[in-house]
Design a protein. Structure first.
Length: 199
């Protein structure tokens, strides 16, 4: 909004970092495009730090052609302030605190539109209600191979938690992963995806 204020959300990055580390342990060359997070860069992994949705899109697009699998767990903002104030806005200057918002690019949606043949695209859906319906809708709408649906209405399965419980949807399947650590969830995610692709 201005040099002192911003709009963000509760995402910690823990799920994405766990996925990056699990992929690296399995022998993948990993590029981690990370929004603001206090987590340290994982060993062996190229980390690109970004702040805005546009910066994330640029970084993702620079690496998209060389990626066999793209997993987008980032909680990208859907809106940004329509106006950025170069100087800190004074409270005396406004009677009411109305902030106008503008849409950000939907990075995953664009990736789905331009998907290379053979490339695997995995999205995340953080939902507080109608989890599976919303997940299926996004799977189709964004042309994804898989979508991991999680419940953010709970303290132990969503933003900031060290644990998660994911339902992995594909065009033909619904796989319930158990409640477990985010680290273990990442491993189970790759087990499920590779089992499905082998079939
Ligand atoms: O439609 P929704 O935002 O719930 O979809 C979530 C999925 O889309 C996540 O995989 C997220 O990383 C991605 N996304 C994105 N760009 C946005 C918003 C969401 O890539 N602006």
């Amino acid at each position: 909004l201005d040099p002192a204020r911003f709009i963000s959300n509760r995402s910690s990055g823990k799920m994405g970092y766990s996925i990056a580390k699990a992929a690296w342990r399995r022998g993948a060359k990993v590029t981690l495009v990370s929004g603001p997070s206090s987590l340290p860069a994982p060993f062996g992994i190229q980390r690109i730090r970004v702040e805005t949705a546009e910066e994330m899109q640029t970084a993702v697009n620079e690496h998209v052609d060389s990626a066999d699998i793209i997993i987008k767990s980032a909680a990208v903002s859907d809106f940004k302030p329509a106006i950025y104030h170069q100087q800190k806005v004074k409270k005396q200057s406004q009677e009411e605190g109305v902030v106008e918002l503008a849409r950000t690019p939907d990075i995953l949606n664009e990736l789905g539109k331009n998907k290379k043949s053979g490339q695997i695209l995995v999205g995340f859906a953080a939902e507080s209600e109608n989890h599976l319906e919303e997940g299926r809708r996004k799977l189709q709408q964004k042309n994804l191979d898989f979508i991991a649906v999680n419940n953010i209405a709970s303290d132990i399965t969503g933003f900031e938690a060290d644990t998660n419980k994911i339902t992995l949807l594909s065009q033909s399947d619904t796989v319930e992963l158990p409640f477990t650590s985010k680290e273990h969830t990442a491993d189970l995610l790759f087990d499920s995806i590779s089992r499905k692709l082998k079939n």
